[in-house]
Design a protein around this ligand. Structure first.
Ligand code: SF4
Length: 493
C-alpha cells in the first residue's frame, strides 16, 4: 500500500520517516499528494518564540486520527535543536500508535543502531538508575523490557569502555579480508568469492602497504593499538603462508604490550585446519570466532554454507587443542523454515561446546542478497513472532547458563523489536566489540571493506570512512585511502 506523507516544514520527514516505516513495514512512502495512497499522514510544526505547536492527522478509509500539542521550550543552542527533534518524533510516534492501535517499535522513538549509547550518555551525566529508566520509558517511549535490557547491557560494558580523552591514545585496528569461499544466500558482503588457487597477491600487497603507512603515522602520534580484529569476509581463506606473513606484519607494526586482544573471524569451519588454528595462536591471536549460524544441517544447505554440524564441533575441538581460551560463536535467528525446536537444539548444542562468547543475530536480509526476494513473500507478523520466540528462548537458555548480554546493536532492515546481542561469560567481554559498537575509541580499518571511525576527543564528534570492499578497487586506490586516513588521524589527534 502507498503511504502519503505531507510535512510542514519538509525537514520533519527526516526526523520521522523511519518511524512511519516501522509502523508500516514493506509499504511504500511518497512525499507527493497521491490519489493512490491508501494511508495519508500529515504533520505541521510551528515554533513561536518559546513555544512549539504540533498538529497532525492520519486517515485510512473512514478512520481519521487527529492530534495537537503545545510545548514550552526551555533550552538553548544544540540542546534546543535536539529536544525539539525528540518532541517531533514523540508526537509522530504517538500519532502512529493511536492510529494503528498497536505498539510500533519497542525501542520507542529510537531508530538508530546503538541504543545503549544513550544510556552511557546519561551515566556520564551522573543520572541514577531510576531517572534513566524513567527517561527511557517516558521521553523515549521505550517498552519497560527494552529499557531494562539496554540498561543491563550498559551497566555490564560501561566499566570497559575507553574514556573520551583516551579515544585516540589507545585505538582499535580492523583488518578486512574481503574473500569468502562461497556467498551465503542472506549476505551481500564479500568483495569476492575465493576459489582455491586464486591469487590474492595484489590485494595483500596493497594491504601491507596500507599497514606500513598507518603504523608509521600511529608511531609518530605515539598511539598504541589496544585490540585487533581480523574480519571479512572470511580471513581464514588465506593460506598458511599468507596468514604467517600477515601476522609477521602485525607483530612488527602494531602489536605491543598495550595490545590486549587479537580476534580472528575463523567464521567458516570449512576453511579451518588444526595447523591454521595453531598458526593463528602462535601469531598472537587470543580470541577466535567459529560461526555455525545454526546447528541444523538442512538449514545450512538452504543458506549456502559449505559446512555441517559435525565440522563445527570438530573445529571447536581443534581450536581448544590449539590453546584458544576465548571462543565466540555466532548464531542467527530467523533462518529459513526454522522454528522453536531448531532454536532450542542449536542453543543446546552450542552450550555443550561452552564457548566464552555467543553472539545472537537476528536475520537482516540485505538488499542484493539471494534471500531478499524470498523475504518479500513472507508475512511480516509471522516472521516477527517466530524471531521473537527464538530470541526469547535463546536469551533464557544463555542467561540460565551464566552468560550476560554485554553489547547490543540494531541494523537496517531489522524488524521493529529486534536486535543483535553479544553474550559472554563473566571475565570474557570482547574489548573491540564493546568499544567499536559504542563508538568510544578511534578504529582504523585497513583492507577490503574496512570501516574506520575517527573520534574527536574534544567534542565527541565522529567521522566514518570506508575502504572499497572489492579487492581490485581497493588495491587500485590504496594510495588515496592511506592519504585520507592519515589526514583524519592527524585531524582528531
Ligand atoms: S561468510 Fe559471512 S561474509 Fe562470507 S558470505 Fe557468508 S555471511 Fe557473508
Amino acid at each position: 500500500m502507498l503511504i502519503q506523507t505531507t510535512f510542514q516544514p519538509e525537514q520533519l520527514y527526516a526526523a520521522v520517516h523511519e518511524l512511519v516505516r516501522m509502523a508500516y513495514p514493506k509499504h511504500e512512502l511518497t512525499r507527493d499528494e497521491s490519489e493512490l495512497a491508501g494511508i495519508k499522514m500529515h504533520m505541521e510544526m510551528q515554533v513561536n518564540g518559546e513555544q512549539v505547536c504540533l498538529f497532525g492527522w492520519m486517515t485510512q478509509r473512514d478512520k481519521r486520527t487527529v492530534r495537537e500539542e503545545k510545548h514550552d521550550i526551555k533550552w538553548t543552542g544544540d540542546t534546543r535543536r535536539r529536544e525539539i527533534n525528540r518532541m517531533v518524533r514523540r508526537f509522530a510516534y504517538d500519532l502512529l500508535v493511536e492510529h494503528t492501535g498497536q505498539s510500533i517499535n519497542s525501542y520507542g522513538i529510537l531508530t538508530g543502531m546503538r541504543p545503549v549509547k544513550l544510556v552511557h550518555r546519561m551515566l556520564d551525566q551522573g543520572m541514577d538508575t531510576e531517572h534513566i529508566r524513567e527517561q527511557l520509558t517516558d521521553s523515549f517511549r521505550m517498552s519497560p523490557e527494552k529499557a531494562e535490557l539496554i540498561m543491563e547491557v550498559a551497566a555490564n560494558n560501561y566499566p570497559y569502555l575507553v574514556r573520551k580523552q583516551q579515544a585516540n591514545n589507545i585505538i582499535g585496528l580492523y583488518i578486512g579480508i574481503p574473500f569468502c569461499p562461497t556467498r551465503c544466500y542472506y549476505c551481500s558482503f564479500p568483495g569476492a568469492v575465493y576459489k582455491p588457487g586464486d591469487s590474492l597477491q595484489s590485494f595483500l600487497t596493497a594491504l601491507y602497504q596500507e599497514m606500513e603507512a598507518i603504523a608509521k603515522c600511529l608511531k609518530e602520534m605515539d598511539t598504541s593499538v589496544q585490540s585487533i580484529y581480523i574480519g571479512g569476509g572470511t580471513p581464514t581463506v588465506l593460506s598458511e603462508i599468507e596468514l604467517e606473513q600477515l601476522f609477521n606484519h602485525l607483530q612488527r607494526l602494531f602489536i605491543s604490550s598495550a595490545t590486549a586482544e587479537i580476534t580472528v573471524e575463523a567464521g567458516r569451519p570449512d576453511t579451518l585446519s588444526p595447523r591454521k588454528l595453531k598458526l593463528l595462536k602462535d601469531g598472537g591471536t587470543n580470541r577466535i570466532c567459529i560461526n555455525p549460524q545454526t546447528m541444523n544441517d538442512e538449514t545450512l544447505v538452504k543458506i549456502g554454507r559449505a559446512h555441517n554440524r559435525k565440522e563445527v564441533v570438530r573445529s571447536v575441538i581443534w581450536a581448544r587443542e590449539a590453546g584458544f581460551k576465548q571462543l565466540n560463536m555466532d548464531l542467527i535467528v530467523g533462518l529459513p523454515d526454522e522454528g522453536s525446536q531448531d532454536y532450542q537444539r542449536t542453543a543446546e548444542d552450542i552450550l555443550a561446546l561452552a564457548p566464552e562468547n555467543i553472539t545472537v543475530h537476528t536475520l537482516a536480509v540485505k538488499r542484493g542478497s539471494r534471500m531478499a526476494e524470498r523475504e518479500g513473500r513472507e508475512s511480516v507478523g509471522d516472521r516477527i513472532k517466530n524471531v521473537q520466540e527464538g530470541l526469547t528462548l535463546m536469551d533464557r537458555l544463555f542467561r540460565d547458563n551464566y552468560y550476560k548480554p554485554y553489547y547490543l546493536y540494531r541494523q537496517k532492515y531489522m524488524q521493529a523489536s529486534m536486535e543483535n546481542i553479544g553474550y559472554s561469560k563473566p571475565g570474557h567481554f570482547c574489548l573491540y566489540n564493546m568499544n567499536m559498537i559504542e563508538e568510544c575509541q578511534t578504529i582504523v580499518g585497513l583492507g577490503g571493506g574496512a570501516a574506520s571511525k575517527f573520534i574527536n576527543a574534544s567534542d565527541g564528534g565522529l567521522r566514518s570512512f570506508y575502504n572499497p570492499k572489492n579487492p581490485v578497487a581497493y588495491a587500485e586506490t590504496v594510495d588515496k585511502l592511506i592519504a585520507t586516513k592519515v589526514d583524519n588521524l592527524k585531524a582528531v589527534h
